[in-house]
Design a protein around this ligand. Structure first.
Ligand code: ADP
Length: 198
């Protein structure tokens, strides 16, 4: 990786319907901008279920991972997952969660953006924090602005409301940026503070 690639790493961020409906768009953009991340693409869209499903079209291991997170949380609170969801199979639970997630993302307008900056993918994931807001560290966006839990949301058969999606790795970022933005919708410019920040 050369210096330019590090400086110009790009990641996709979605402000989910709960973040937009709560009027937190500006606050969240400000956090990213203040951290030195540059907005290079931005749009508001109310996704169809098809569009939302295409975004969450991850591999089986991702589906199982969501199922596993659910099992872990139920175990932590001594709750019986089988009684609530009718199965203990991580793939079946993950598939259920994915369905709730697609409904959630398609439930209202979202903000899609591309952020660019030094190690942007990792930096943004760290700022966003752990998937389950009730267990996300204070100081992270999910920890500071949300409180939902996946045990509660599973009982209510809905997705955990955690405000933000951010790409997990380089491959995912490239794929997700291309999914939400045409090449000519991404811009290139210099921010005035870059010269002193890195
Ligand atoms: P992250 O968004 O932190 O990368 P995942 O990719 O594992 O997390 O999950 C995608 C999204 O699915 C989460 O952001 C959350 O909105 C929702 N979700 C994940 N796990 C659960 C769950 N067990 N119950 C309900 N919703 C969930």
């Amino acid at each position: 990786m050369d210096a330019e690639a590090i400086r110009r790493e790009q990641t996709l961020v979605l402000l989910k319907p709960d973040a937009v409906a709560r009027g937190l768009t500006g606050t969240l953009l400000e956090r990213f901008e203040q951290a030195g991340l540059k907005i290079v693409a931005l749009k508001m869209v109310h996704p169809t279920k098809e569009k939302a499903a295409g975004h969450y079209d991850g591999p089986d291991e991702w589906i199982r991972g969501m199922g596993q997170k659910t099992l872990d949380s139920f175990a932590e609170f001594d709750m019986d997952v089988e009684t609530v969801l009718g199965t203990t199979d991580t793939y079946t639970i993950g598939t259920m969660v994915r369905g709730w997630l697609v409904d959630y993302i398609a439930s209202g307008p979202i903000i899609a953006m591309v952020l660019e900056g030094v190690h942007a993918i990792t930096a943004v994931r760290r700022m966003v924090g752990f998937t389950i807001p009730a267990r996300a560290e204070p100081g992270t966006i999910r920890g500071d602005y949300s409180i939902d839990s996946n045990t509660l949301s599973s009982l209510e058969k809905r997705s955990t409301k955690n405000m933000i999606h951010a790409s997990g790795d380089t491959e995912e970022a490239a794929q997700e940026i291309a999914y939400w933005f045409k090449p000519d919708e991404t811009v290139s410019y210099q921010r005035a503070d870059e010269i002193v920040m890195f």
